[in-house]
Design a binder for this molecule. Structure first.
Ligand code: HEC
Length: 157
C-alpha cells in the first residue's frame, strides 16, 4: 500500500517536471524569468572570461585549465540566439537589451555567430597549450563580446 502510494507520488512528480520542461521549451516562461535566466547565463560567460584572464596573467590556475574555460565559453555562446525571444525587450520588462536587438535581428545573430566562431578557435588553441597563441585568440574572443554589447546592450553605451 505504502509503496503503491509513493509510486503514484513519484509519477505525479515526474509528470509535473515534464510539464515544467514543456512549458519552458514552448516559450511560455514569464518575460522577467527569461531576463533573469539570460543574465545568469551571461554572468557565467563573464566568470569564465575572468578566470581565463587570471590564468593568462599568471595570477592563478594554469594552462591545463584553459580548455575547460574555452569549452564553457563556446558552449554558452551557442545558447545566445535563443535567449532573446520576442516580448522580452525593454518595452515589456527591465533589461539591458536594446530594441535594436529585435529590429536588427540579423546583425545581432551575426554578432552571436562571431563569438561562436572565435570561441571555437579558442578551444582549438587551448588544447595546444601554446600560451602566446592563446592570448591572441582570447583577445579576439573579448572583442566579439564588445562587438555585440556596443550595439545591442545598454550598459556599454
Ligand atoms: C550577440 C550578442 C552578445 C554577445 C556576443 C555577448 N553578449 Fe553579453 N550581453 C548581451 C546582451 C544583449 C546583454 C543584456 C542582457 C539583458 O540585460 O537582458 C548582455 C549582458 C551581459 C552581461 C551582464 C549580465 C547581467 O547580469 O546583467 C555580462 C556579464 C555579459 N553580457 C558578458 C559577456 C561576455 C563575457 C561575452 C563574450 C564572451 C558576451 N557577453 C558576449 C549580448 C551579447
Amino acid at each position: 500500500m505504502h509503496s503503491r502510494l509513493s509510486t503514484v507520488a513519484l509519477g505525479g512528480a515526474l509528470l509535473l517536471s515534464t510539464f515544467a520542461a514543456t512549458m519552458a521549451v514552448s516559450g511560455d516562461a514569464a518575460p522577467a524569468d527569461v531576463v533573469t535566466y539570460r543574465q545568469t547565463v551571461f554572468d557565467g560567460l563573464g566568470s569564465h572570461m575572468k578566470a581565463t584572464g587570471m590564468i593568462v596573467k599568471g595570477k592563478a590556475g594554469g594552462v591545463d585549465d584553459l580548455a575547460a574555460h574555452a569549452e564553457a565559453i563556446h558552449a554558452t555562446s551557442l545558447l545566445i540566439p535563443s535567449l532573446f525571444p520576442a516580448g522580452t525587450g525593454p518595452d515589456a520588462v527591465k533589461t539591458d537589451a536594446l530594441p535594436a536587438l529585435w529590429t536588427d535581428h540579423a546583425g545581432f545573430e551575426a554578432a552571436a555567430k562571431k563569438l561562436q566562431d572565435e570561441s571555437a578557435k579558442l578551444v582549438t588553441v587551448a588544447k595546444t597549450k601554446d600560451l602566446d597563441a592563446f592570448k591572441a585568440q582570447f583577445g579576439a574572443v573579448g572583442k566579439s563580446c564588445g562587438g555585440c554589447h556596443e550595439h545591442y546592450r545598454a550598459d556599454d553605451k
